[in-house]
Write a protein of this length. Structure first.
Length: 505
């Protein structure tokens, strides 16, 4: 029994990954599901869709690996975060999940910051202002706008908490996902009951806390029948996707840095020091109980490329859009013909927290080609990553180099080269970049099983697939465009706020 089964329960679908306990991928399977957008700024998902996807991918991945459920030593989940699901006493969701993309609670977010003296003072305390996408504002929105749902909720959980309940029957929340709620005491690893009282939230609705490597329980007979696994299979705490990603990238040592090119994107840095966040960067609990995670997140990274494929390359044969786009980007000169793109397609978190921002092409002219527009998108996301990395260095003194790179975007050779050129950092692309978060969750289960002595010991298991270094003089040549890019937030913010406030109204 040297295999573990991990699930990456994301925004667009669930990926099941069967790995050996030394981190080698044996088989993968993916099942998509929808996100609904019933009103402006709203985004919701049906928890039953996650469960159906988990069941479908479990059977497919075991079949692909030609192995049986008796070979699975344990399972773990890594999940999308910053979401909210109210669960009744029977364990049934009382409404669709309020997604991390959902920004409905803007009024509540601004009210929270006023309690602490306003946005500027609040950001100075915790590192960033909060928006209607954050968990605490969503809880307050639920209590105010759906009071009967809030009253009937026996437990308030996230995606991971719901799945741990569905698989083991236990109501728990893992440390790392608890730390994104604003209600978790990072030093003492307990719920912050003072904050709950301050905002009128019922402590009884918050379940017990567990670590990523803790065995929560065994797979219940009902869940085992649904998934086609053995009843009693150990289920471990797992982690949020942002916390399992560094584990799957092998960035587990003090000062190690990792860059994710997923639908959303982030730079994460592992540290033993508990530092106060600043400049849009926040300190969270890492998957390792002994470390913290400094994280700077951008809302749409590879999500911008997906939009480009669907909108600019929609006439390409199925599956060829990204390859065509990569070829045209490689043919477009650095700077994309003096064209810039701001990658804030669904608002932003860092280096500025603002749910009303949107993306823009700047200086678009009749001389620009589709390839130039695509290259501007690749470069715009890279400029935002450079801004995040410089904020990390300026605010905390950390300059991770090289960076372990994961996520679906890591498969684009032109994009990784652009990232290296614009940031001036070496990029170490990991094997199975799209499976890295699931690999991380699987390795957490392996630590929980006692196969590895600690999370820190996993650093030597995983090696880069390829190393990409900055081209000579590229960093300096991008400086003028980067300076202009940085000035665009202040220039465009009032326009986006005016237009989107009108749309919301």
């Amino acid at each position: 029994m040297d295999l573990v089964l991990a699930y990456d329960v994301g925004t667009s679908g669930t990926k099941a990954v069967l790995i050996s306990t030394d981190g080698q991928v044996r088989a993968t399977a993916f099942e998509p599901y929808p996100t609904s957008y019933p009103r402006p700024l709203w985004a919701e998902q049906d928890p039953e869709d996650w469960w159906r996807a988990i069941a479908a991918t479990t059977r497919r991945v075991l079949q692909a690996a030609d192995t049986g459920p008796e070979q699975v030593a344990g399972i773990a989940f890594t999940t999308q975060m910053v979401n909210l699901i109210p669960i009744d006493a029977a364990g049934v969701p009382l409404r669709p999940c309020i997604s991390w993309l959902d920004g409905r609670a803007g009024i509540e977010a601004r009210g929270i910051m006023r309690r602490f003296g306003g946005e500027r003072i609040f950001a100075a305390i915790v590192g960033a202002g909060i928006t209607g996408k954050d968990v605490l504002p969503k809880m307050l929105w639920l209590k105010k706008h759906e009071p009967e749902v809030y009253r009937r909720a026996a437990t308030l959980v996230d995606v991971g908490g719901y799945l741990l309940l569905r698989t083991t029957g236990r109501r728990v929340v893992e440390w790392s996902v608890a730390s994104v709620t604003g209600l978790f005491h990072l030093k003492h690893k307990i719920w912050d009951e003072g904050m709950m009282r301050l905002f009128g939230l019922d402590r009884a609705k918050f379940p017990d806390l567990v670590r990523s490597i803790d065995q929560v329980g065994g797979l219940t007979p009902s869940a085992a029948a649904d998934l086609g696994l053995r009843a009693g299979t150990p289920v471990f705490g797992g982690a949020g996707d942002g916390m399992s990603a560094p584990v799957g990238a092998g960035a587990v040592g003090d000062g190690d840095g990792q860059l994710t090119l997923g639908t959303s994107g982030f730079v994460g840095l592992i540290t033993r020091r508990k530092v106060t966040g600043k400049g849009g960067i926040v300190t969270l609990q890492s998957a390792d109980p002994q470390h913290f995670l400094l994280i700077a997140e951008m809302e749409t990274a590879a999500g911008c490329l997906r939009w480009a494929v669907e909108t600019l390359y929609g006439t390409q044969p199925a599956g060829e859009g990204y390859q065509t786009m990569d070829r045209e980007v490689a043919a477009s000169p650095p700077g994309a013909g003096n064209l810039l793109f701001t990658p804030w397609m669904y608002g932003e978190r860092a280096p500025v927290a603002d749910e009303r921002l949107r993306a823009s092409f700047i200086n678009l002219g009749t001389n620009h080609t589709r390839g130039d527009m695509a290259r501007a998108i690749y470069e715009g996301v890279a400029f935002n990553y450079r801004w995040l990395l410089e904020s990390l260095q300026r605010g905390f003194g950390f300059r991770p180099d090289p960076l372990r790179v994961i996520g679906g975007g890591a498969r684009s050779a032109p994009w990784v080269q652009i990232l290296a050129d614009i940031t001036g950092r070496t990029m170490e692309v990991m094997p199975w970049p799209q499976e890295a978060s699931a690999v991380g969750a699987g390795l957490l289960a392996a630590v929980g099983l006692g196969v590895h002595p600690s999370i820190a010991s996993l650093g030597n298991l995983l090696k880069p697939e390829r190393v990409v270094t900055p081209a000579p003089t590229a960093f300096d040549s991008y400086q003028p465009a980067y300076a202009t890019f940085q000035s665009l937030y202040a220039a465009l913010r009032p326009i986006h706020h005016r237009m989107n406030a009108q749309h919301e109204a």
